[in-house]
Design a binder for this molecule. Structure first.
Ligand code: T1G
Length: 706
């Protein structure tokens, strides 16, 4: 018996326990152990019923995702061959009860559904989240789930992958009973009650899939929802196809059809990209050189300085995590305005039913508005979120040093300014760090943590921990102009604007990037964020710009005309009052053409492919420079920052993963062409050259750093 799966007995009930921490994934040996244990229990005359349960903190959380990379890279012949084992479980002549706690996800729920009954702890979750990995259930989930819960629920669960709490699962018919208290004891008792009854095989249930008219309506509705919510993704549609097969084919044929669709997804670039993202979100938490047991500061109270949109969003993050937070502005009027923004944000969430009024009130009660520093001495962390002006930030940090306790963390929400220079305004640079939130700060899940040259290990470790606590993915980066995200974004925006001058229309550039999968095109993003933000930074850094380097011609002119984007009703596009729909503006087009003419730029037709390569490869090339300088720890950190902070499509895996998928040699050669055409701004990054010429990838670069 493999130690991964143990078989014990509780009287006449066999108990099969999975012991594969941390999440009881169906790693090699676990399915075999289940098969062996079920066969033994079935052959044992003293056993009348069987319970299958997870050891540790959860039931089975799914197939071992690490195995997929081995399969798609040919490193293992082993497929996701759970179906024969689940068929044996289902055919067992003795009743088998799955006892679920923690999560029964993917193959975990599929295993539970192959059992004859399912009981669950009240807080358990079930789900088929495979589509979030770019695949679909591959062990009968799309065939058994509709038989238990009906086609509409099954299609929705398989197409969107959202977890379903136990109470809802009970209502849907996915589980049979919720066990309060001792789950195992409850499951054993439930199993005993089934002794002597013919096992209820899920594959034999057909009443919930027999109404074809209802099935077609349900499937069409989920297909519509996928069109709206899953733009560009392949797996959701395939999952619905598999569920549809359950309504049209005998069970075994439906399982075959599912397996065919599963393999189609598993070997796709989309799935490789999304699995990269799954592990990437966890990889970025590993900081070389900062020991796991580095002492951390306990964050019991926070404070935010600056009550604008960013300050308000940051304050909400702490309140949402249950941490009392001071919210400071310089005047009562500004404070009231900031508080109103917070209230409005919460009220909107309550209106959508995603928060109760009581929860909103609890969170508002954790926010203490103030116009003074009086209580800042109690704060364990202060986040400064004032105007992006160095002199103002340094003034605030000089004040903070006087009003906070020596061990307090002093974080700046600066999006590009030099964290070391900000720290120089205090005598405790070890306590200073950058916490760059992305707008809207209470929504975007990434926190770019910028280490200063003196930021202490404790401040860094605490920053990574508090990021998780406030439900952010913390990504540690080095200190340079624009850090990682905005330094690359500057190149991306620069190329987008050069393309306008060279002949592409605003809406064409944006459409190409939107169709690629970006949440918005680069110019529409500028209008959303506010063109004046970049304008102010360009003015702040103008004295540092090297002479003779081509600069965009039009962005400043647009700002000089008071066109800051959506907030002023016009930017690259124009906007009708109260409508955020961008409308191409002939005035801007004329300005672009006029400036290009003045600059002697020969305008031309520009292909979609060139627009895509000039913008995305600009990200890749600068990303390679950033990696080379050690400003980003790994290529995957850059990918995660772009997916979580800039609306980069997860199904492309991030700019660096995408470059790997294209092939670095191809990317490098194209960049060399751009260098010939457009000069030194396109000088290939040395690291990209090195990797391309040695046939390596950014994934190889990351692996070498492990
Ligand atoms: N396979 C391999 N490793 C996994 C894993 C999995 N399924 N799930 C988690 N891990 C690792 C994770 O990388 C991390 O490693 C550690 O476990 C703790 O995870 C056949 C084909 C279950 C809700 O998609 O959603 O089944 O960083 O930090 O926050 O049809 O993990 O410590 O080295 O996330 O408590 C379907 C994915 C697979 C579930 C727990 N299942 N996992 O969250 O811990 S496909 C999933 C999760 C499939 C079948 C198909 C979460 C969790 P490390 P964690 P957590």
């Amino acid at each position: 018996m493999s130690e991964l799966v143990s078989l014990t007995k509780d009287g006449d009930v066999a108990v099969i326990t999975i012991n594969n921490p941390p999440v009881n994934a169906l790693s090699p040996g676990v399915p075999e152990g289940i098969k062996e244990s079920v066969a033994k229990a079935a052959a044992d005359d003293t056993v009348k019923a069987i319970v299958l349960i997870g050891g540790g903190r959860t039931f089975i959380a799914g197939a071992d995702i690490k195995e997929f990379g081995k399969m798609t890279s040919g490193k293992t012949e082993r497929g996701v061959g759970f179906n024969p084992i689940l068929a044996q479980v289902e055919a067992c002549p003795k009743p088998i009860v799955a006892a679920i706690h923690g999560t029964a996800f993917g193959g975990g729920l599929e295993t539970a559904m192959a059992c004859h009954y399912r009981v669950a702890a009240p807080k358990a979750l079930v789900g088929q989240p495979e589509c979030k990995l770019g695949i679909i259930p591959g062990a009968g989930g799309t065939q058994r789930l509709p038989r238990l819960a009906g086609v509409a629920v099954a299609a929705e669960m398989c197409a969107f992958g959202d977890p379903v709490p136990a109470a809802k699962a009970l209502q849907f018919g996915i589980i049979d009973k919720i066990i309060d208290g001792d789950l195992l004891a409850g499951a054993v008792e439930f199993a005993r009650e089934k002794v002597g009854q013919p096992p209820r095989r899920t594959c034999d249930q057909t009443d919930k899939i027999s109404n074809q008219a209802e099935n077609e309506k349900a499937l069409a509705a989920v297909r519509d929802a996928v069109k709206k919510r899953s733009r560009g993704l392949m797996a959701p549609g395939k999952a619905i196809d598999a569920v549809e097969a359950a309504t049209k084919l005998p069970f075994e044929a439906g399982v075959e059809k599912e397996q065919e669709l599963f393999k189609e997804c598993l070997y796709s670039d989309q799935s490789k990209a999304m699995i990269h993202v799954f592990f990437g979100e966890r990889a970025v938490a590993k900081i070389p050189g900062i020991a796991k047991d580095t002492p951390q500061l306990e964050i019991k109270r926070a404070a935010v300085v600056g009550g604008g949109t960013m300050g308000g969003g940051i304050t909400m993050n702490y309140a949402n995590a249950g941490i009392p937070v001071l919210f400071k502005e310089i005047s009562q009027e500004a404070l009231d305005k900031g508080l109103a923004i917070i209230k409005k944000n919460y009220a909107a969430t309550v209106a959508k039913g995603r928060l109760t009024q009581e929860q909103m009130d609890q969170r508002m009660a954790l926010i203490e508005p103030t116009t003074s520093y009086d209580k800042f001495k109690e704060a364990d962390i202060v986040v400064e979120a004032v105007f992006e002006e160095m002199s103002l930030k340094k003034k605030v940090f000089a004040e903070l040093e006087k009003v906070t306790k020596p061990e307090a963390i002093l974080a700046s929400n600066t999006s590009t300014l030099n964290v070391d220079e900000i720290a120089s305004a205090t005598s405790r640079p070890a306590q200073v760090i950058g916490h760059h939130f992305f707008s809207p700060a209470n929504v975007m899940r990434v926190l770019e943590i910028v280490r200063g040259k003196d930021s202490s290990d404790t401040v860094i470790a605490t920053s990574m921990a508090i990021a998780k606590k406030i439900n952010k993915v913390g990504i540690l980066v080095g200190n340079c102009r624009g850090f990682v995200g905005n330094r690359m974004f500057h190149c991306y925006q620069r190329e987008a604007q050069f393309l306008l001058e060279e002949g592409a229309r605003v809406e064409h550039v944006d459409k190409v990037l939107y169709d690629y999968g970006m949440a918005m095109g680069p110019l529409a993003v500028g209008d959303l964020a506010g063109l004046d933000v970049g304008w102010r930074i360009r003015k702040e850094y103008k004295h540092l710009e090297p002479a003779g380097i081509r600069q965009p011609l039009v962005a400043d002119l647009i700002c000089e005309r008071g066109r800051y984007g959506q907030k002023t009703g016009a930017g690259w596009y124009k906007y009708e009052a109260g409508n955020r729909q961008p409308i191409p503006d002939p005035e801007v087009q004329a300005l672009i053409e006029e400036e290009a003419k003045k600059a002697g730029i020969q305008r031309r037709e520009i292909s979609d492919q060139e627009i895509l390569e000039r913008t995305i490869y600009a990200l890749v090339n600068e990303g390679a420079n950033i990696l080379d300088e050690g400003i980003a720890l790994r290529a995957v950190d850059i990918d995660m920052l772009y997916i979580l902070g800039y609306g980069y499509p997860a199904h492309r895996g991030g700019p660096m993963k995408y470059a790997d998928a294209v092939g670095l040699k191809k990317v490098y050669d194209r960049i060399c062409e751009f260098e010939k055409q457009h000069g030194s701004l396109w000088a290939p990054a040395p690291l990209l050259k090195k990797l391309a010429e040695s046939g390596q990838s950014f994934a190889d670069f990351d692996k070498a750093k492990e």
